[in-house]
Write a protein that binds this ligand. Structure first.
Ligand code: DAH
Length: 346
């Protein structure tokens, strides 16, 4: 019977076609083609009415067998496809728990600010509080009330950015002394004031048009130069190391009398003399002195009753010495390779 041959051919052709299929929709479509009303089995069945009873029974059974076989083939293929999909998904979702973690980048505290925080910690520990003032300052607070009247030659020591004749970018943190004195109205004072200052300097390895200072002011009764020296020595030992010495050299600032410049013994050579300290064994870190009577009077203090000392630390100077940085511009150029060296967690 030729129909029996046809049935076998159907099985063979499906066998070939199933191999080509690799998605479930396609399989569904193929199934409809083979087993649907217009499929080859349906057609063979349709031709059966012309056969003898025996032949029809035989062909009917054979068709049924083939139909079951096809169903089984489709089912097996469906399972295989589904399994493959699940496997693919699992493969994609596999997590190798032994892989090292992915690190993500975090910021760090800027080395200059780290130095400011250290200074704050150490002075707060000695009973100081932290004061602030504006970066846009008046000529009056930045100079006049600090004993630097207009036209005073000492103004040349600080080339200043003026906004107008009365307003400027502060060239020092010393005006915070004035602001605090006016606020405290004759009361004792013990403050530091870290902050940014600006000067019309050309930038090079040791100069910047913007840098940081940390001002200090202590006013009270019976305060002497010895107290100033003690406070500065304490600072040098805590910021650098306990073997550091300090040296006071006479100097001039209009707002202090007497005035000193303060050197710290060089940590590179322990005071023996090396290129860092230019062979002297000492490195200058700040200016200081006993607050000038005029300054006290201009801000409402009676120098007969209350007096004290002031100092102005160069924050970059300290940070550079501590961390052996040789160019001040490194602090401001935001080179991540430079900054990363100061992160606590790398
Ligand atoms: N303001 C000074 C400067 O910028 C530094 C200074 C010196 C501050 C002596 C002081 C001081 O408070 O007493 O050069």
């Amino acid at each position: 019977m030729k129909e029996l041959d046809e049935l076998n051919e159907v099985v063979d052709s499906l066998d070939g076609e199933l191999n080509q299929i690799n998605d479930l929709n396609e399989l569904q479509q193929k199934r409809a083609n083979y087993l649907g009303k217009k499929g080859p089995l349906a057609q063979i069945m349709a031709g059966m009415k012309n056969l003898t009873n025996d032949a029809r029974r035989e062909l009917g059974m054979a068709t049924n067998n083939v139909k079951n076989k096809l169903e089984a083939m489709f089912e097996a293929k469906r399972k295989a496809l589904e399994e493959a999909i699940v496997n693919q998904k699992l493969e994609k979702e596999t997590i190798d728990v032994t892989l090292p973690g992915v690190s993500f980048s975090t910021g760090g505290i800027h080395p200059l600010y780290q130095t400011v925080m250290e200074l704050e910690d150490l002075y707060i520990g000695m009973g100081y509080s932290v004061a602030e003032g504006p970066e846009i300052e008046t000529d009056e607070f930045c100079f006049e009330k600090l004993n630097l009247p207009k036209g005073h030659p000492a103004r040349d020591m600080q080339d200043t950015f003026y906004i107008n004749p009365e307003l400027l970018l502060r060239s020092q943190t010393s005006p915070v002394q004035v602001r605090t004195m006016l606020e405290k109205k004759g009361e004792p004072i013990k403050i530091i004031c870290p902050g940014k200052v600006y000067r019309r300097d050309s930038d090079d390895a040791t100069h910047s048009h913007q840098f940081m200072q940390c001002e200090g002011l202590v006013l009270g009764t019976d305060i002497t130069m010895a107290d100033l020296k003690g406070a500065l020595l304490e600072m040098a030992k805590k910021m650098f190391d306990k073997d550091r010495q300090i040296r006071l050299r006479p100097s001039f600032f209009p707002f202090t009398e007497p005035s000193v410049e303060v050197d710290v013994s060089c940590g590179m050579c322990n005071g023996k003399g090396c290129p860092t300290c230019k062979g002297t064994g000492w490195i200058e870190i700040l200016g200081a002195g006993m607050v000038n009577d005029n300054v006290l009077r201009m801000s409402g203090y009676d120098p007969e009753k209350i007096q004290g000392y002031a100092f102005g630390i160069g924050v970059e100077r300290i940070a550079m010495l501590k961390n052996r940085i040789d160019d001040i511009r490194n602090f401001y150029t935001n080179d991540i390779r430079f900054l990363n060296q100061f992160k606590e967690v790398k």
